[in-house]
Design a protein around this ligand. Structure first.
Ligand code: DAH
Length: 343
């Protein structure tokens, strides 16, 4: 090809047109090769410069070099332009607006702390072979009192002041102990049950007392059962429920339906047993218990000559309060989600 300035002008017009018409990056890359590459149009023209007459050579060389720079700049400018357009197009479709605030998530809720505590208690005793037994919340005087060695007029009745129904001598059970009798009436040993459920007391409400609360009763009747079995069971329960480092304290107590009777306490997890505002001298009482009174076994149609057993009863609300550090029993029944959400 013969090279002259007019020729270069034609290359320039053609190059400008093709660059501004290029619609994507691949086309631009190909154009760069076609125009500026080793075998490109402009490169070929530059190579032909040597054959020009000397008086034209420098003018054509300057023109060709200027054109090379111009094409390079136009290719870059068009590339940027295409990128801008691409981003613009994305704004409406693919872009994520990071300033968007999602609506508050719907909270899922969870089990009530009393249910959580009972689930855990049930799991612990089921590992020891206990099953769950239930009894009626409306009881008769015989099962709630008499069969448990609390005859009419017995002073112990004062401890279990109940709500009486107007007819039929029915009352709202004051404890879960009547389930012991009902279960023994229907089953012979071996017996291993826990009996959870609501109980009712006619009493004024304060931070430690409610007229309705929950107990978990336990009863084990087999051959050759001793106090040491009871103590071991309490220790296993308390460590599983409150932590392996907890100690237990067993002290004498009195219940008409057990002989001997004991009270069990667990060392305070806040002061580690040294004594603080949350405990009584380093201890927290968790249950009443004892060896089942022979007459109570007899009332349940079980032969006390052959079988012996132990029983225990604990306040579920109290256990939950100890476990989750709840100071006021009334919170457990208020259904205030700001409180319940914490557990
Ligand atoms: N029923 C008793 C109460 O309500 C608690 C209790 C104490 C249950 C000793 C028992 C027991 O089974 O052996 O205070």
């Amino acid at each position: 090809m013969s090279v002259n300035v007019g020729n270069l002008d034609a290359i320039a017009v053609d190059a400008r047109q093709r660059i501004s018409a290029a619609a994507d990056e691949a086309t631009l890359n190909q154009l760069r090769i076609d125009l500026l590459g080793k075998k490109g149009v402009l490169t070929g023209a530059l190579r032909g410069l040597g054959s020009l007459p000397a008086d034209q050579r420098s003018a054509a060389g300057a023109r060709a070099n200027a054109l090379k720079t111009e094409i390079d700049q136009r290719l870059n400018a068009r590339r940027q332009e295409l990128e801008q357009n691409r981003l613009q197009g994305l704004a409406d479709s693919e872009w994520v607006d990071v300033t968007f605030i999602p609506e508050a998530a719907v909270s899922r809720g969870h089990l009530h702390p009393l249910t959580q505590a009972l689930t855990e208690i049930t799991a612990i005793f089921s590992r020891l072979g206990y099953e769950v037994a239930l009894g009626p919340e409306v009881e008769d005087d015989y099962h709630n009192f008499q069969a448990l060695n609390i005859p009419e007029g017995h002073p112990a009745r004062d401890e279990w002041d109940s709500f009486y129904l107007a007819q039929g001598g029915w009352l709202l059970r004051t404890h879960t102990s009547p389930v012991q009798i009902r279960f023994m009436e229907a089953h012979q040993p071996p017996i291993r049950i826990i009996a959870p459920g609501p109980v009712y007391r006619h009493e004024a409400t304060d931070a430690g007392h409610e007229s309705q609360f929950h107990q978990v009763e336990g009863l084990l009747v087999e051959e050759d059962i001793r106090m040491s079995d009871l103590v071991g069971t309490i220790e296993y329960f308390s460590r599983s429920m409150f932590g392996a480092e907890r100690r237990i304290r067993i002290s004498g107590d009195h219940f008409p339906f057990t002989e001997p009777s004991i009270g069990a306490a667990v060392s305070c997890g806040i002061c580690q047993g040294t004594g603080c505002g949350s405990c009584k001298g380093g201890w927290l009482e968790i249950m009443g218990a004892g060896m089942v009174h022979p007459q109570v076994l007899r009332n349940g149609r079980i032969d006390p000559e052959r079988y012996s057993g132990f029983a225990f009863g604990m306040g579920l609300d109290r256990i939950a309060m100890l476990k989750y550090n709840i100071a006021d029993i009334r919170r457990l029944r208020e259904s205030d989600v700001r409180f319940l959400r914490q557990f």
